[in-house]
Design a protein around this ligand. Structure first.
Ligand code: NAD
Length: 290
C-alpha cells in the first residue's frame, strides 16, 4: 500500500497525514479550508483525494459531515480500497458509512482515536477499530505509523462504541477530580498534598495523574497554560452527548453520564466552550453548595 487520500486536515488530521508522508506514503489531502501540510499534496475535492488510492482516511467533525463526504468518496474510490474513518461520530452514522462502502465493494473501518493533538503529532495515538478482519488487517500498517496501539474491537461501529464509553468515563472522572479539588480547597487541604496522596491512592486516574486540572500540580497540563485546549469543553460535551444518544438507543442506564452531560452543557453555555474541559475546576472552586 502506497497511495493515501486524507480528508479533514484539522488539528488532528494534519499531523496524522504529515506522519504518513514522513513514513514514505504518497499522501493527497483535502480540506474545505485550504491548509498546507508538510509532504502532503493538495486535491481540489474529496473525490479527487480518494480517486485511485489504496486507502482513504477521514478525520471530520461529526456524523452528518462524514456521511456527506462518504457520498463523494465512495463512488470515486477504486474497488478493494480501504476507507478508514478516524472521526468521533455516533454509532449509527458509522454503520451507515460502512454500509455505503460495503455496497460499493470497498473495505471500511471505523477507527476513532484517543491521545489528542499531542498523540497525533507524536504518532502515539490509540486506535479503536470496528469492521471486518480483512479491513482491519488492511488498515493496520497505517495505524502503526500514526499510533502506538490499535485494538480491533469488533464489527462495524464497535470502534465508536469503545470511544464513546471511554470518553464517558473521562468526562465523569474529570468532574470527580475537579469536585475533589474544590472540596479539598474548602477543607484547607493543600492542592499539592492532595495530588501526592490521590495520585498514588485508590482515587488515582488519568484525570489527576496525567492531566491534573489544578495548575502547578502534577505533570504539565492545559491547567498550566491558562486552560487553553488540550481537549476543549465543547468537544467533551459532543462526546458525552454521543454517549447519551447511544445509551438512549440501547436502553442503557448511565446516570453519571447523564449528569456529566448536564454539567458540561452548563459549563459550555456559561462561556466555557473554548476552554479546556479541565477548566471546570475554576467554576467549582468559585461555587458554593447549591
Ligand atoms: P478540527 O475542527 O480541527 O478538524 C476538522 C477538519 O475537517 C477541519 O479542518 C474542517 O475544515 C474539515 N472539514 C469539515 N467539513 C469538511 C468537508 N465536508 N470536507 C473536507 N473537510 C471538511 O477537529 P479535530 O480536533 O481535528 O477533530 C477531528 C475529529 O477527531 C473529531 O471528530 C473529534 O471529535 C475527534 N477527536 C479530536 C481530538 C482532539 O483532541 N482534538 C481527540 C480525539 C478525537
Amino acid at each position: 500500500m502506497k497511495k493515501i487520500g486524507f480528508i479533514g486536515l484539522g488539528n488532528m488530521g494534519a499531523p496524522m497525514a504529515a506522519n504518513l508522508a514522513k513514513a514514505g506514503y504518497e499522501v493527497t489531502g483535502f480540506d474545505l479550508n485550504p491548509v498546507e501540510v508538510e509532504g502532503v499534496a493538495r486535491a481540489a475535492s474529496a473525490a479527487e483525494a480518494a480517486r485511485d488510492k489504496d486507502a482513504v482516511i477521514t478525520m471530520l467533525p461529526n456524523g452528518e459531515i462524514l456521511k456527506s463526504v462518504y457520498a463523494q468518496i465512495v463512488p470515486a474510490a477504486r474497488p478493494g480500497a480501504v476507507l478508514i474513518d478516524c472521526s468521533t461520530v455516533d454509532v449509527d452514522s458509522a454503520r451507515a458509512a460502512h454500509q455505503m462502502a460495503q455496497e460499493a465493494g470497498l473495505l471500511s473501518v471505523d477507527a476513532p482515536v484517543s491521545g489528542g493533538v499531542g498523540g497525533a503529532a507524536a504518532g502515539t495515538l490509540t486506535f479503536m477499530a470496528g469492521g471486518s478482519e480483512q479491513a482491519f488487517a488492511a488498515a493496520r500498517p497505517l495505524f502503526d505509523v500514526m499510533g502506538a496501539k490499535a485494538v480491533h474491537c469488533g464489527p462495524a461501529g464497535a470502534g465508536q462504541a469503545a470511544k464513546i464509553c471511554n470518553n464517558m468515563i473521562l468526562g465523569i472522572s474529570m468532574l470527580a477530580v475537579c469536585e475533589a479539588f474544590a472540596l479539598a480547597d474548602k477543607l484547607g487541604l493543600d492542592r499539592q498534598k492532595m495530588f501526592d496522596v490521590v495520585s498514588t491512592s485508590s482515587g488515582s486516574c488519568w484525570s489527576i495523574n496525567t492531566y491534573c486540572p489544578a495548575p502547578g500540580v502534577g505533570p504539565k497540563s492545559p491547567a498550566d497554560n491558562d486552560y487553553k485546549p488540550g481537549f476543549a469543553a465543547e468537544l467533551m460535551l459532543k462526546d458525552l452527548k454521543l454517549s447519551q444518544q447511544a445509551a438512549e438507543a440501547a436502553d442503557a442506564a448511565t446516570p453519571m453520564g447523564r449528569r456529566a452531560t448536564e454539567l458540561y452543557e452548563q459549563f459550555v453555555a456559561e462561556g466555557g466552550a473554548g476552554k479546556d474541559f479541565s477548566a471546570v475546576l475554576l467554576k467549582l472552586a468559585q461555587s458554593g453548595r447549591d
